[in-house]
Write a protein that binds this ligand. Structure first.
Ligand SMILES: NC(=O)c1ccc[n+]([C@@H]2O[C@H](COP(=O)([O-])OP(=O)(O)OC[C@H]3O[C@@H](n4cnc5c(N)ncnc54)[C@H](OP(=O)(O)O)[C@@H]3O)[C@@H](O)[C@H]2O)c1
Length: 385
C-alpha cells in the first residue's frame, strides 16, 4: 500500500519540538498522524490514547495507522513511550501526566465523540473532559499552539450561506444535534475561560473519504450518498452544492495551521468553499461513472424530510439488509444538515497558503472502489457510535 502523499504545506519544525495528538485512533486524527509520520515528525509525537496499557494503546494506534497507509516500518518506529494513556471521560490521569504535558510544544486536538446519536458521553467528553485537558495545557509556558478541531456545522441552522467564520453561536436548543451543541460550547468555554491558552480553532465541513485510500479507513458519511443514489431520492435538489473535503486534505490543513509560526486569525474553516464544492448532480454523474452505471438524473426525486418514511418499503431491495428504523433515523438526521445547503467560506485558510481543496468528484471513484464489498448498513455504523 502506498503511503499518503506528503503535503507541500507541511512546514519544517525543529526536531526537538513535541506535538501531542489526540484522537489518533480515529478518522481525522489517524490521517493527521499518518501525514506527520510521513513527513518525518514521528519521533517528536506524543499520542493520547484510550487503553489499559501503553502496549495496548500502541497496538490500537498501529491498527488505525495501517488503515491510513502507514507502512509497517514507520509504525514499528513508534514506541510505547510516545503513548499517554488518557480518557476525556475520566480526567484523573491529567494530574499524573502533567509533567509530560508541560513538555509539549503544540497540540492537535482531534479527540471527540463525533456522533449524531443521543450518546450520553457527548457532553462529558466534548465539553467537560476537553476543557479539563485544555485547562492544564493553558498553564504551560512552553505551549505554542493548541489547535482544536471543531466543526463548521456548530454555526447552527438558519444562517445565510456562504458561512463566514464567526464566534457567534445559536442557543444550544436550536442546534440540530447534541454533538454540534457540544462543539459550540467547548469553543466558547476555552476562549472565554482560558485566556492563556494559545488557542486556534479549525472547523472542518463534511469530511468524506481519502484521495488515494478512499473509504478504507472510514466510510463516514459516504454511505449517505450511496443511500441517496440507491433510493434515487433524498431531501436535497440535484442543483444544490455540498461542501465536502477528503480526510487527507483536512489533515494537511490542520497540520499547516498547527506548524505555521504565525497565523492571521484564531478561527478557520477547512472546507471546499465556493471554489471546490460540487452539486449533487455532479456527484451523481461521478458516482455513476465509477459504478459503470447511468446517473440517476431525471429519475431522482427530491423529497421532503417528512416524506422520507414513504421510501421505507424499498429499503430492503435498494439498500440491502439493514434495520429500517435505523436507516430512516439516519436519513432524517443527515437530511437535517443537507437541507441547510451550506457552503463554508475558506478564504482565510487559502490566505494562509494552504492548498486549494480538491473537489469530491476528483476522488469519488476511489471511495466507490474501496467500498465495494462493504454494505451500506455496515458503512453507516461508523457514524452511529
Ligand atoms: N468526520 C467529519 O466529517 C468531521 C467534520 C467536522 C469536524 N470533525 C471533528 O473532527 C474530530 C475528529 O472526528 P473523527 O471523524 O475523526 O471522529 P472519530 O473517527 O470518531 O474519532 C474520534 C477520536 O476521538 C477519540 N475519543 C473519543 N472519545 C474519547 C475520550 N473519551 N477520550 C479520549 N479520546 C476520545 C477516539 O478514540 P477511541 O478510538 O478510543 O474511541 C478517536 O480517536 C472531532 O472533533 C469532530 O468533531 C469531523
Amino acid at each position: 500500500m502506498n503511503a499518503p502523499a506528503i503535503s507541500a504545506t507541511i512546514t519544517f519544525i525543529p526536531p526537538h519540538e513535541c506535538i501531542l495528538l489526540t484522537g489518533a485512533t480515529g478518522f481525522l486524527g489517524g490521517s493527521v498522524a499518518a501525514q506527520l509520520i510521513a513527513s518525518g515528525h514521528g519521533p517528536g509525537l506524543l499520542f493520547l490514547v484510550r487503553a489499559q496499557t501503553p502496549e495496548q494503546g500502541l497496538q490500537r494506534l498501529r491498527d488505525n495507522l495501517r488503515q491510513h497507509g502507514v507502512s509497517a516500518a514507520q509504525s514499528r518506529a513508534l514506541s510505547e513511550q510516545q503513548i499517554i494513556l488518557g480518557d476525556f471521560l475520566d480526567t484523573a490521569w491529567l494530574a499524573r501526566e502533567t509533567p509530560r504535558l508541560m513538555q509539549v510544544d503544540r497540540v492537535i486536538n482531534c479527540a471527540a465523540v463525533a456522533s449524531f446519536s443521543k450518546n450520553p458521553t457527548i457532553w462529558p467528553v466534548n465539553v467537560e473532559g476537553t476543557f479539563a485537558f485544555a485547562q492544564v495545557l493553558s498553564r504551560s509556558p512552553r505551549l505554542k499552539r493548541f489547535l482544536h478541531v471543531g466543526t463548521a456545522m456548530c454555526c447552527g441552522p438558519q444562517r445565510e450561506s456562504p458561512i463566514s467564520e464567526s464566534w457567534e453561536f445559536p442557543e444550544a436548543e436550536q442546534q440540530l444535534v447534541d454533538y454540534t451543541a457540544s462543539k459550540a460550547e467547548i469553543e466558547q468555554r476555552m476562549r472565554q475561560a482560558l485566556p492563556t491558552l494559545p488557542l486556534v480553532v479549525a472547523r472542518p465541513s463534511i469530511v468524506v473519504g481519502h484521495r488515494s485510500l478512499g473509504c478504507q479507513a472510514s466510510g463516514s458519511i459516504f454511505w449517505v450518498f450511496r443511500m441517496g443514489f440507491a433510493l434515487e431520492s433524498f431531501t436535497c435538489g440535484l442543483d444544490e452544492q455540498i461542501d465536502v473535503i477528503p480526510v487527507d486534505y483536512c489533515a494537511e490543513a490542520l497540520i499547516g495551521l498547527t506548524l505555521k509560526p504565525a497565523l492571521g486569525h484564531d478561527l478557520y474553516h477547512i472546507s471546499a468553499g465556493h471554489g471546490s464544492a460540487c452539486t449533487f448532480a455532479e456527484i451523481d454523474e461521478a458516482f455513476a461513472l465509477a459504478n459503470g452505471a447511468q446517473p440517476v438524473g431525471e429519475r431522482y426525486r427530491k423529497v421532503e424530510p417528512d416524506d422520507l418514511k414513504s421510501l421505507a418499503s424499498s429499503f430492503a431491495t435498494r439498500i440491502g439488509p439493514a434495520n429500517p428504523r435505523l436507516v430512516l433515523r439516519a436519513l432524517r438526521l443527515y437530511s437535517g444538515f443537507a437541507d441547510l445547503n451550506y457552503l463554508f467560506d475558506n478564504s482565510r485558510l487559502l490566505e494562509e497558503g494552504i492548498a486549494v481543496p480538491p473537489r469530491f468528484t476528483d476522488y469519488l471513484d476511489v471511495c466507490v472502489k474501496s467500498s465495494s464489498g462493504v454494505s451500506i448498513a455496515t458503512q453507516m455504523q461508523a457514524d452511529f457510535k
